[in-house]
Design a protein around this ligand. Structure first.
Ligand code: AMP
Ligand code: ZN
Length: 112
C-alpha cells in the first residue's frame, strides 16, 4: 500500500523507533516541533480518527497505554501533550491515524 506510515511499520522506510509492541509503533517525527516529538501509530491502517470503528476501541486504548510508557521512557514526568489532527481543516497530512506526543519543554500556546 502506498502509505508512508505503513511503509515505516513494515520497515520499507527507515525511522527512529522509540517504542514498538504488537499493536502500535512509535518513532521520532521527521520535522520535530518540540524537544520530544514522537508519532504513535497503530499498526492497523486506519485513515483518520474519523475512520475508527467499534472494533478499534481496544486498539485506541493501546495507543494511550503506549503513550504513557513512552513518556516514562523519555523522562516526560513534567507532562506532555497528545495531539491528533483529523481531516483537512485540522491539517492532517498523512492519511494513517497517528498521535503526536509532544514534550520536553513548557508549552504556553494552548488552543483549548
Ligand atoms: P499530520 O500533519 O498530523 O498528518 O502529521 C504528519 C507528521 O508526519 C508531520 O509532523 C511530519 O513531520 C511527519 N512525517 C512525515 N513523514 C515522516 C517520516 N517519513 N518519518 C517521520 N515523520 C514523518
Ligand atoms: Zn497506512
Amino acid at each position: 500500500m502506498d502509505c508512508i506510515f505503513c511503509n515505516i511499520i513494515n520497515g520499507n522506510i527507515p525511522s527512529t523507533k522509540v517504542y514498538e509492541d504488537e499493536f502500535v509503533t512509535a518513532f521520532n517525527d521527521l520535522n520535530p516541533q518540540m524537544p520530544v516529538h514522537v508519532l504513535i501509530v497503530p499498526k492497523k491502517h486506519i485513515a483518520s480518527a474519523n475512520d475508527i470503528d467499534e472494533n478499534d476501541a481496544e486498539l485506541i486504548g493501546k495507543v494511550f497505554l503506549a503513550a504513557k510508557k513512552i513518556a516514562a521512557q523519555l523522562c516526560l514526568e513534567n507532562g506532555y501533550r497528545i495531539i491528533n489532527n483529523c481531516g483537512e481543516d485540522a491539517g492532517q497530512t498523512v492519511k494513517h491515524l497517528h498521535f503526536h506526543l509532544l514534550g520536553g519543554k513548557t508549552m504556553g500556546d494552548k488552543i483549548i
